[in-house]
Design a protein around this ligand. Structure first.
Ligand SMILES: [Zn+2]
Length: 157
């Protein structure tokens, strides 16, 4: 299995290639141009999926977990509950979704207490369209899939 440096290099190379591919296709009107918010959302979610919310959070002491700094303890239950390279971490659909749900469960009480959910919803409705939301999901999932391709993870949900 590749180490984190190889994963990072593969993911960043693929990100650059996706920008080049998008530019080429959008400039020749093969696909429509997307908004700046969509490009930013895609990039940020891809980078978050590359460096912070990766399938290898199922390992105690992994580099992605260390990148969480003082908040790395948040991923301890995840690493304890999810066997390494199982469908819940290295599945193509369920794996990325599991990490998002886990993160949502961890942060939701804090977001509700600080009334951030309502403020975020209003902000999102005002400034983020469906193209940006789609781009965020695509960016996150692509980053996860690049990891799984590098791991040669079997195709499973
Ligand atoms: Zn992995």
């Amino acid at each position: 299995m590749p180490n984190y440096r190889v994963h990072d290099a593969i993911n960043l190379t693929a990100l650059g290639m996706s920008f080049a591919g998008y530019s080429m296709l959008a400039n020749t009107n093969v696909i429509p141009s997307v908004s700046g918010a969509a490009m930013i959302g895609y990039t940020l979610s891809y980078l978050a999926g590359t460096f912070l919310v990766t399938p290898d959070l199922d390992l105690h002491g992994s580099k992605p977990k260390k990148r969480w700094g003082i908040f790395r303890f948040l991923w301890r239950p995840y690493a304890t509950l999810v066997p390494h390279r199982s469908s819940f971490s290295h599945g193509w659909i369920i794996g990325p979704l599991t990490r998002l749900l886990y993160l949502a469960l961890l942060t939701l009480p804090l977001l509700i207490l600080t009334n951030t959910v309502q403020a975020s919803r209003e902000l999102a409705q005002q400034y983020i369209g469906w193209d940006a939301l789609t781009a965020i999901v695509v960016g996150y999932y692509l980053s996860q899939w690049m990891h799984l391709i590098a791991d040669r993870a079997p195709l499973r949900p």
